[in-house]
Design a protein around this ligand. Structure first.
Ligand SMILES: Cc1cc2nc3c(=O)[nH]c(=O)nc-3n(C[C@H](O)[C@H](O)[C@H](O)COP(=O)(O)OP(=O)(O)OC[C@H]3O[C@@H](n4cnc5c(N)ncnc54)[C@H](O)[C@@H]3O)c2cc1C
Ligand SMILES: *[C@@H]1O[C@H](CO)[C@@H](O)[C@H](O)[C@H]1NC(C)=O
Ligand SMILES: *[C@@H]1O[C@H](CO)[C@@H](O)[C@H](O)[C@H]1NC(C)=O
Ligand SMILES: *[C@@H]1O[C@H](CO)[C@@H](O)[C@H](O)[C@H]1NC(C)=O
Length: 524
């Protein structure tokens, strides 16, 4: 008799396996749904979506901000839960563990690598899209903001209560506070007030045991860890209490562009030597393409800004006509760069036009030399008219005064600037376009290596980049995770691993770049 072909055997076994595993997934997920019902949580059935529900796809897709992950082949969750109460989150965490499902938590959905809604193992999404109340108290200068709110919604709510209070967070209004604050969060107020994470004074979260915790109950170690260490490592953040910061009623903005013929190279050289040493009331962000664009926020009027620029950066030739005075909230709309001046821009949860993108990050401790800049212009020229850019965000100011260990975010003094690389494209289902653009950003990142920080080459958690290293699907050692962990967290990585070991020893909350538990392999 003939033996069956080995290929056939493999195929049959493969088929059996996939049948078995899909059957057991259905099985898991039915039990998971029953489990949810049995938990003591008010009307959870109204916030549970399975693939057979006609709203499943629209809810899933709504916060997929990166269209690279909108494809058919992107792994989909077995269930999406859109909590309205803490009890919905508690039930989901408990039942996921009982039924062998992973959790992905999503607030604004801006993760560069889609980590908040993609998993290679069967999973459930906790989507905080409806968990987004904001309460601003102008008197105590504080606000409670639920994790599913966006920074634009927060800015907008603050402006309804006060014209002279603000919050130091990011530029793009649709970014969610759940991910953004728990990874750091920088914007134009960073040089004066630090990161969003530096201004958090309390938090509500649910841990792996399903316990509801505030700052007091979680303790200072865990409270430290969730402010910059990535909240998803430790549980699900429900809300942040933040300290609002004072701003003058009038601020000034400008945006000026200089081509190579207009001495862009010299201006960038000058900027690198000066931007991090300027008064903390002035932040000049530099955006490089085949040109140099200088975008700035000054906490004061034109009459003060012009002489300051004359003294510190006369080469730019800034004149009154380049500058516009406005309120701080109007400046947040201005920085979006859309044609609309309406504050409604702050409330849009999805940026338009929708795009696919890939980002990377660096820190500069020394200026890029002139010869280095020549190469950068060249690489941008080769990319043609694509929507790629490199942004240089100046450090200094209060960032120099905050100790590296105050929060998990370690990039403080000694940095001239942060460098973000963002390449975006209109994919329209064509993988070749994506591959070409990813290749381009990889090229500029490798070109920048000699100029960037080293040992380790530092990176910013909120600009998630899976190219710098990932965990195994199963057990990952501390050493292996250090590959990417030291880049994001430097010396704070070890403390993060210790907190992780204490609060989630069995490593339930895990993903491609989750902090490893130090519990030995055999006990997991
Ligand atoms: C267009 C664009 C502009 C940006 N501009 C800036 C900027 O100006 N400044 C800046 O600092 N960054 C900026 N970023 C980066 C941004 O800060 C991060 O992508 C941030 O993590 C997004 O948060 P999110 O809630 O929208 O993302 P999500 O994709 O929802 O989450 C990101 C990560 O946080 C986790 N997470 C989300 N919510 C929770 C929660 N409630 N509890 C626990 N874990 C949670 C997720 O699981 C995931 O790991 C920008 C990103 C984009 C795409
Ligand atoms: C169930 O929830 C209600 C209301 O949230 C609460 O009062 C009650 O103590 C809970 N019971 C249990 C057994 O957890
Ligand atoms: C979809 O799920 C929601 C929330 O659980 C529920 O209210 C709705 O009735 C479901 N719709 C369909 C068509 O199943
Ligand atoms: C460029 O710099 C040179 C030398 O500093 C100067 O003479 C020239 O006017 C500048 N050109 C422009 C367009 O600013």
């Amino acid at each position: 008799m003939k033996y069956p072909s080995p290929y056939l055997t493999v195929a049959v076994i493969g088929l059996l396996f996939s049948l078995a595993s899909s059957a057991s997934h259905t099985h898991d997920h039915e039990h998971f749904l029953q489990c949810l019902q049995l938990q003591n949580s008010t009307s959870i059935s109204e916030v549970v979506y399975t693939p057979s529900n006609s709203s499943y796809s629209s809810i899933l897709q709504f916060s997929i901000q990166n269209h690279r992950f909108l494809s058919k082949t992107t792994p989909k969750p077995l269930v999406i839960v859109t909590p309205l109460h803490a009890s919905h989150v508690q039930a989901t965490i408990i039942c996921s563990q009982l039924h062998g499902l992973q959790i992905r938590t999503r607030s604004g959905g801006h993760d560069f690598e889609g980590v908040s809604y993609i998993s290679q193992v069967p999973f459930v999404i906790i989507d905080l899209i409806n968990y987004r109340n904001i309460e601003v108290d102008a008197e105590t200068r504080t606000a409670w903001v639920q994790a599913g709110a966006t920074i634009g919604e927060l800015y907008y709510s603050i402006s309804k209560k006060s014209k002279t209070l603000a919050f130091p967070a990011g530029v793009c209004p649709s970014v969610g506070v759940g991910g953004h604050f728990s990874g750091g969060g920088y914007g134009y107020l960073m040089r004066k007030y630090g990161l969003a994470a530096d201004n958090i004074i309390d938090a509500h979260m649910v841990d792996v045991k399903g316990r509801f915790l505030d700052r007091e109950a979680m303790g200072e170690d865990l409270f430290w860890a969730i402010r910059g260490g990535g909240g998803a490592n430790f549980g699900v953040i429900l809300a942040w209490k933040v300290k609002l910061v004072p701003v003058p009623p009038t601020v000034t903005v400008f945006r000026v562009e200089r081509t190579l013929e207009q001495n862009a190279t010299m201006l960038v050289m000058k900027w690198q030597n000066m931007a991090s040493k300027l008064h903390e009331d002035l932040a000049i962000r530099l955006v490089l393409t085949t040109k140099a664009k200088f975008e700035a926020l000054f906490l004061g009027g034109k009459d003060k800004l012009i002489p300051l620029m004359q003294e510190r950066f006369p080469e730019l030739g800034l004149v009154k006509e380049d500058c516009t005075e406005m309120s701080w909230i109007e400046s947040t709309v201005y920085m979006v760069g859309s044609s609309s001046k309406s504050l409604q821009v702050l409330l849009q949860r999805t940026p338009s036009p929708p795009q696919s993108y890939k980002g990377k990050s660096d820190y500069l401790k020394h200026p890029i030399p002139e010869s280095g800049l020549e190469g950068i212009w060249q690489i941008f020229k080769e990319n043609g008219e694509k929507a790629a850019f490199m942004e240089l965000f100046p450090y200094g100011g209060i960032m120099d005064q905050i100790p590296q260990s105050k929060l998990p975010f370690p990039h403080r003094s000694g940095n001239l600037c942060f460098v973000g690389y963002l390449d975006s494209w209109d994919q329209q289902g064509r993988d070749e376009v994506a591959q070409k653009q990813i290749k381009w950003i990889t090229r500029i990142y490798s070109y920048m290596e000699p100029f960037a920080s080293n040992s380790p080459r530092a990176a910013y958690l909120n600009y998630r980049d899976l190219d710098i290293g990932v965990n195994n699907i199963g057990y990952t050692s501390y050493e292996q995770a250090s590959l990417w962990g030291l880049k994001y967290f430097k010396n704070n990585f070890n403390r993060l691993a210790n907190v992780k070991t204490k609060v989630d020893p069995l490593n339930f909350f895990r993903y491609e770049q989750s902090i490893p538990s130090l519990v030995s392999k055999s006990s997991i």
